[in-house]
Ligand binder design. Structure first.
Ligand code: COA
Length: 279
């Protein structure tokens, strides 16, 4: 990938938080094939890096992302034929899927416009915080298609049936505050406070056991489609698998509470001793 292409998404790591920024502000960070390839590359680089504990995804300029690049992702591949269309789809869906099951906790920091295809990475991130001023929309209906690329599924996963239907059929944008009320994001704060709030959340996550965080985020995504008995079984086995990778978590947290009395699990995390391979 050329230097120029690699700039379509950037990453800086500060105190174990990786700040990944979609960086095509002049195109409102719409997702082109080059951007999608670059994002997969960045996610590859960060996933098992010892220097990174939390990944934040945001956008440069006024947009989080204006969705798929209607020229480079949709129009050009369509004119090149089915193989090009499928390749472009694999490249975008690929990194959103990667995010959904990512090893590290992920936070979407929605700083501005967030439309259509951008709901893929929005949902791919475990947590989402928005500027009150941000604008969210399933705009597909406005340019004549259904909310594809998973966007309709994201709406149904996160919103009530009536809200999802209204959001998809009307193509009206909602602001960050409404997005928080509707459950599209965890919280909305004034734009000027967004980075500080996300930093505070990331710092809390960094204190937790990393293996347990990965097991927890997978559990929350998996159990929704399981019966109660299936979920019970899955959770039992997921916990046992987590102990396999991180023996410390089996003993240390309980020891520090029951024996050492150095913390209370109801009020915060135990002090990590470094036994977590996934830290
Ligand atoms: N695909 C391709 N180009 C896009 C784009 C997209 N999804 N979104 C914005 N751009 C481009 C514009 O064509 C324009 O390019 P130009 O400078 O070469 O003319 C540039 O980004 C700036 O866009 P503009 O519309 O002038 O910015 P704005 O700040 O006034 O409006 C939006 C921002 C997001 C409201 C508006 O760009 C928009 O509606 N984008 C499309 C949203 C959408 O439906 N996305 C597809 C969902 S899958």
């Amino acid at each position: 990938m050329s230097d120029h292409d690699s700039q379509v998404a950037t990453c800086t790591v500060e105190r174990k938080v990786a700040w990944v920024s979609l960086n095509r502000p002049d195109k409102r960070n719409s997702m082109s094939p080059v951007l999608n390839r670059r994002m997969m590359q960045i996610l590859d680089e960060l996933e098992f890096s010892e220097d990174v504990g939390v990944v934040v995804l945001t956008g440069a300029g006024t947009a989080f992302s204006a969705g798929m690049d209607l020229q480079e992702y949709i129009r050009i591949p369509q004119s090149e034929g089915l193989a090009a269309v499928r390749r472009a789809q694999r490249e975008s869906y690929g990194w959103w899927r990667r995010l959904r099951w990512y090893q590290k906790p992920t936070i979407a920091m929605v700083n501005g416009w967030c439309f259509g295809g951008a709901y893929g990475p929005l949902f791919g991130c475990d947590l989402a915080f928005a500027a009150e001023e941000a604008q969210f929309g399933l705009s597909e209906i406005n340019w004549g298609i259904l909310p594809g690329g998973g966007a309709a599924k994201v709406a149904v996963e996160l919103l009530s049936f009536r809200r999802a239907m209204y959001h998809a059929m009307m193509g009206e944008a909602i602001d960050g505050k409404t997005a928080a009320e509707w459950g599209l994001v965890n919280e909305a704060v004034p734009a000027a406070e967004l980075r500080a709030r996300v930093t505070a959340v990331a710092e809390e996550l960094l204190k937790k056991n990393a293996t347990a965080l990965k097991a927890t985020k997978d559990a929350i995504r998996r159990v929704g489609v399981m019966t109660y008995d299936e979920a019970e079984d899955y959770l039992l086995r997921a916990q046992e698998a987590a102990f396999y990778y991180d023996a410390e978590a089996k003993t240390e947290g309980i020891k520090q509470f029951i024996d050492d009395k150095t913390y209370k699990p109801g009020l915060g995390a135990y002090e990590k001793r470094g036994g977590s391979k996934g830290k």
